[in-house]
Design a protein around this ligand. Structure first.
Ligand code: IMP
Ligand code: MG
Length: 173
């Protein structure tokens, strides 16, 4: 049977929220150089929309992490499939992530990037999924808070499918 997919955040609502996030980031960094680290793959659409609204000098790099977890949950053991290539020493660094769920992936990434001695390290996530948080992580910029459900679209996948949908949708598994 094919899964039931229901839109929960429209493309227009997403664009308004991305604009708000970019406005806050532009204000807070006040034209200081910024290194953006996108977390692949889910972030690719959000990051593309966000960075085009930033006004400071920006450099962009990516990490690709994978959790050893099965299905739709994360185990906390994280494998670095692609690491950052730009030097982060003494740089202002902003991690851009699609979803923070248990917090395990982000807690790992924070520790991993802190070893590069950045001047500052903050987090911007599109969706804060609060229900399953097991590790507390400081989220500096949050697009939407959602308490439950598995989401697809606007870059987010289930088993590599549905990333190309323009709206954020709930999928009934
Ligand atoms: P965490 O380690 O449990 O916080 O897992 C975060 C990662 O799991 C995110 O970077 C997403 O890639 C993925 N993830 C968590 N929830 C969802 C969801 O609802 N849809 C798509 N991916 C998700
Ligand atoms: Mg992810």
């Amino acid at each position: 049977m094919s899964p039931v997919i229901t839109p929960v955040i429209s493309r227009q609502r997403i664009q308004e929220q991305v604009y708000d996030l970019a406005t806050r980031i532009n204000h807070d960094y006040d034209n200081q150089e910024l290194v953006i680290i996108g977390v692949l793959k889910g972030v690719f659409i959000f990051l593309a929309d966000l960075v085009r609204l930033l006004k400071m000098p920006v450099r962009i790099d990516f990490v690709h992490l994978s959790s050893y977890g099965q299905g739709s949950t994360s185990s906390g053991e994280v494998l670095v499939r692609k690491d950052v290539e730009i030097s982060l020493k003494d740089q202002h660094v902003l991690i851009v992530e699609d979803i923070v769920d248990s917090g395990l992936t982000m807690a790992f990434l924070l520790q991993h990037l802190q070893t590069r001695r950045p001047e500052s390290l903050k987090i911007c996530c599109l969706i804060d999924k609060t229900e399953r948080r097991t590790v507390s992580v400081p989220l500096d910029y949050v697009g939407f808070s959602i308490d439950q459900g598995f989401l697809v679209g606007y870059g987010l996948d289930y088993a590599e499918q549905h990333r190309h949908y323009p709206d954020i949708c709930k999928i009934q598994l």
